[in-house]
Ligand binder design. Sequence first.
Ligand code: BDP
Length: 698
Amino acid sequence: NKGYNLWLQYETVNNVALKKHYQNRIQGLMPLGDSQTIQYAYKELELALSAMLDKAFISVDNTKNLNNLVVFGSKSNLTKEFLKALPNEFHKINDEGFIIKAVSVKGKNHILITGKTDVGVLYGVFRFLRVIQMHRSIENLSMIDSPAIQVRTLNHWDNLDRTVERGYAGSSIWDWHRLPDYIDSRYIDYARANASVGINGTVLTNVNANALILTDQYLEKVEALSNVFRPFGIKVYLTARFSAPIEIGGLETADPYNEDVKNWWANKAKAIYERIPDFGGFLVKANSEGQPGPQNYNRNHVDGANMLANALKPFGGIVMWRAFVYSEHDVTDRAKQAYSEFVPYDGQFKDNVLVQVKNGAIDFQPREPFHPMFGAMPKTPLMMEFQITQEYLGFSTHTVFLPKLYEEVLQSDTYAQGKGSTVAKVIDGSLSDVKLTGMAGVSNIGSDINWTGNVFLQANWYGFGRLAWNPNTSSKTIADEWLRLTFSNNNNFVDALTTMLIESREAVVNYMTPLGLHHIMGTGHHYGPGPWVSNLSRPEWNPVYYHKADEHGIGFNRTHSGSNAVEQYEPKVANMFNDVNSCPGEFLLWFHHVPWDYKLKNGETLWNGIALKYQEGVNQVKNMISIWDKMKPYVDEERFNNVKMLLSIQFKEAKWWRDACLLYFQQFSKMPLPKTVDKTEQNLDYFMSLEFPFAPKD
Ligand code: BDP
């Protein structure tokens, strides 16, 4: 199944001359070292090269008189001659980096793939294969690269019963029941895919955690998975439920100051490391949305995080402590709460703690301004949390290319140290010389045959990995690469679809939440529009809280005259957002409550502007459909139909969004729709009556 093979398709090279070039330059494989990692590197080369070049390869253990070998192994396994060919290169890479170089040894030409570790070599092998997958020349190869970020993890919101919170691609791929004895070959393919883009960690369990994962019964299963992943450079992490000492430890408290509690965690860490010597550490959601945490005992986030950090420290583990907190008691502006709660703790966390911050201050919306915590805690390692699964972006039915969204956030300027202080520089540690760095992506992977439900959404997993490796990679580069690796190198195909993917990101904003609107999805499941919802127990769970539409206008006033959330940004950024004239149009209603007849920069009234954006979103999806239809010659039937059917659902739902939102907001604006906006035959009551009791949620 081609969908299953992701971006590792390894299609035969059809261009005869190019194939000849590759065949000539690659006569055989010479692995150096015999670790499992090197064995997997060998297997990957053999699988990929024999498929792409249509030829079998000899495997040798020395260069003899042979020419044109692919020699791969870590520095410590290189012979003197090969080492001599790399006089300066090793200084330029870190432990996970690689060097790919055309070298001449004893008068013979070879391609050398090396690094300081075997995992670095494996990354180099995947990068080398990518060159061929993309039909580029392998003459005079010289590539040196290292990841800019250390911890590059997927976060699986997977429960032990195999449901996936906010998962839209089947059930969890972790078959807890049959582990540890049954090793599904899918685990290996998962690891290959991750290693191919440099993802080096996986948090197996949901942030809404179940303490059972920390019992021996489950740790044995976790150990089995860690053994599968280790050769691929992937560390396993678990979510730690803060109340675990009570739930599975028989203690009466989980107070981080209590000696028994501290000991319980220290012993638990020891027990884990006995099984899994390279265990990564814990991810913790504490005192957020009902999860237990240190505040239950009148302690704070620092107390909680540092207690766990102390337990893991002797073994080299880390704590990823999430900053996704908002309280039901302070309802003035949810967007301000994480910053208010965390920024005062800057500099107080132990050095093996990363504070994991979502990209925006609310919650994975189609578009949010960057989280004000980025740049505001220079003495604390901040880790980025992106959501790959599309909780608020149409689930796996909507084709949305997320690297464009990620890029937008990473390239936002915090001005924390003056102009050019991008979020990317906060995350990679370069802005304030932070040592520990990380990026997490909430996975969109499930048991569906093609992993992500919609073939196109594989690009979001791929793109997340590429940005975690190098947060300055452009989304266009990612789209181009992914399309070539996954489907075809045909330029007509790649050009048309690169444009389509890039535009898909704006399309979803237009038909869901244009001009800075946010969180107006149906509640609970977040499926479809629900701007009218106002009956949920906590005010900040209701869409009306976020759009504040009334007869005077629409939008959340976060300026100095409103909640003053703007103040959490550096003055330069705060002023830009605060002034309605300088606030970027895409964030207008995020920061301002604006009258319906307010004149937008394009001369339209706000009401018309909103309506036209909804229509534009629908038009964009229509355009995506017509582009895709033309791509039939380049794509196998199964994947073609997968995308085609999903695009037509997306089109239907884009219209649903437009119609429901415009009818609802029109009650307040009392203004007619512009002529170019299509009218619906339904009325608002119809849209409000729709219910989806079984929409996926968890
Ligand atoms: C929200 C989700 C919820 C998660 C929560 C989190 O609705 O399912 O548990 O975020 O990130 O987006 O903790």
